[in-house]
Write a new protein. Structure first.
Length: 240
């Protein structure tokens, strides 16, 4: 969903670059400056610069900024350790933490008038989902070799003809459920906010939806991260 006026679009127009009026531009340059791409780069830039600007040098007695980042990072690390063990959590932490911080900020930035959430575009959510999906199968093969196929065969040999197609379909369905759930919820939030802004103005009307948007942004981040952790943890466990 695109806002009627996007902050980045004003900058692109000022720089003489094409301003896409569709989800994906027609030319290569227009595709590179499509809203979901430009706002993704904005979120990435923010995540790279803000920790450096707010933390600076790590101190033995942490200040407010360092306490904030330590709480975020430590809380996520503890959460992952509970579901997959400390050693595996440390291995998976860079990828999962990147997704967690990116998704939360990408969700929440759409609440600012003139901005949009990159996660309201299916291209973004599908790309992240494919990374998780391929990673958890890679981990399964790494830890179990060809024995990883036992995860798809069921508990008893005579159930294999029934369980194998069911497990394959349900595993492929993870791609749809993980990507469309995040995309659908954030797209609905963006659409509802845009309608309210046009109908009742930018004051009291959208306020309840803005509060709901914050809740949706947090919940959808937690859901994506939790399912990603569970998929990877399940692939590394022995089949039962």
């Amino acid at each position: 969903m695109e806002h009627p006026i996007l902050f980045i679009s004003v900058i692109l127009e000022f720089l003489g670059l094409p301003v896409p009026h569709t989800l994906v531009g027609d030319t290569l340059l227009a595709k590179l400056v499509s809203p979901h791409m430009t706002y993704t780069w904005m979120v990435m830039g923010f995540l790279i610069l803000m920790p450096k600007l707010t933390m600076g040098k790590l101190e033995l007695v942490p200040g407010t900024s360092q306490n904030f980042w330590e709480t975020c990072v430590g809380g996520l690390e503890d959460f992952m350790s509970e579901h997959m063990g400390a050693e595996r959590a440390a291995m998976m932490f860079p990828m999962i933490a990147t997704f967690a911080f990116y998704i939360f900020l990408a969700n929440i930035i759409g609440l600012i008038p003139g901005f949009m959430s990159p996660t309201s575009n299916l291209n973004i959510t599908l790309a992240m989902t494919l990374i998780v999906w391929l990673t958890h199968h890679f981990l399964g093969l790494k830890y179990h070799g060809l024995g990883y196929i036992k995860h798809f065969l069921g508990p008893m040999w005579w159930l294999v003809p029934l369980m194998l197609p069911i497990e394959i379909i349900s595993n492929i369905a993870r791609i749809l459920s993980l990507s469309i759930r995040l995309f659908g919820n954030i797209m609905a939030k963006e659409t509802l906010l845009a309608i309210l802004f046009m109908l009742v103005g930018a004051y009291f009307g959208p306020l309840p939806i803005l509060c709901l948007g914050v809740l949706v942004s947090v919940v959808q981040t937690m859901v994506f991260v939790l399912l990603s952790v569970l998929y990877c943890a399940g692939a590394m466990e022995h089949a039962h």
